[in-house]
Design a protein around this ligand. Sequence first.
Ligand SMILES: Cc1ncc(COP(=O)(O)O)c(C=O)c1O
Length: 442
Amino acid sequence: MKREIRKDTPINFEIAKKYIENYNPRNISLGNTRIISKIVDNIENETGEKFIRMEMGVPGIKPSEIGINAEINALKNNVAGIYPPVDGIPPLKKEMSRFVKLFLNIDIPTDNFVPTVGSLNGSYAAFMVTGKRIKDKNTILFIDPGFPVHKKLVRMLGFRQESFDVNNYRGKELRDKLEEKLSKGNITSLLYSNPNNPTWICFTEEELKIIAELSEKYNVIPIEDLAYFAMDFRKDYSHPGQAPYQPTIANYIDNYILLISGSKSFSYAGQRIGMLVISENLYKTPYPDLLDYYSNDAFGRALIYETIFLTTAGVPHSVQYGFAEILKAANDGQYAFVEDVKIYGEKAKIMKKLFIENGFKIVYDMDGDVPIADGFYFTVSFPGFTGDELSEILLYYGISSIPLTSTGSLRTEGIRACVSLVQKEQMPQLEKRLKLFYEDYK
Ligand SMILES: Cc1ncc(COP(=O)(O)O)c(C=O)c1O
């Protein structure tokens, strides 16, 4: 990094520098969260100073007892000794289908649901089967910014990929951009997250409709990643069976895949469970090219009974029971899961205010003509700095983050902040450190 750093930083300069250089600052540019966390762990251990940890998108809320108790009971009933059904235990399939009806207002038969080992495993299966369904369509499109792990996955699977930063193509402009990308005919599926990791933008109904229309026109399967289900707190999506519902592309197209994670909305990350939902039409569609790889040409069967079976062989048995009970309680209106995670929005509101008061700007700030929600992530920049520089220098001020460029964003000036691990008691400390940074670099 070219910029001169002041030596009287809140975190001991020499110690911070030692670990940053030790791990190669390129890992910071690449947004390698595990390495950034290692650097911070080392600095914290040696200096005894606690960081404002915004680098990792890990949930920070105690899970509800409902799932844990159901798992304990299931284990006592000997499920550990029996293979779990790969397509899900019947009570879980029933509750997944009810959940999608009650919180998305979509009717999908239980056959079309499969529990996955986190939604990351779901995306693996979705990429694998969409990537092989038609020989000439071997490219996956990412509507960026996005979760870098998905791109690594597609690369590892040997498929091609394309992407574009949606920031320049919001609203009506999205149509032309998608037309340009999809009309070439090579795209088999596209993935976006909504709310979005890393920017927390949420697609408007108009945008979802555009994605659906063009996907339909060019025979592309949208994979809607709802890892942060119902966490756009501007709207109350928390009442089962009552509008408003979590927006979804399922309202506008017949062929789609939904990925719903247990990790964030249900704080169940440690047990690694999510659900993959295949629309009825897509489930049944035969793709003869699949027979080169699978014994089934029907999309749903190839995905559930071959791809999921041969990769994870199913989600662990007790976890399926735990998740079934969590969903049942949410569906019955007895577990207000959205209420539990609203704290993320409250923290984001305070943190964004502190950053703005100290010279920072929100990078991705609007959904159409409405300011973005306060939620799990937000993005900021500081005049005169690139995101790489900012992520690195802020380490000397005891604040960790990742640069936005590592997420496919073209906004080279930005960083992503995740609020989950920052405690409310740390806000005065964050304010103090940001003030010092502002004084040093304004
Ligand atoms: C956008 C997005 N998709 C998927 C995932 C993976 O979630 P899971 O823990 O269910 O595998 C994450 C996790 O951070 C994410 O941010």
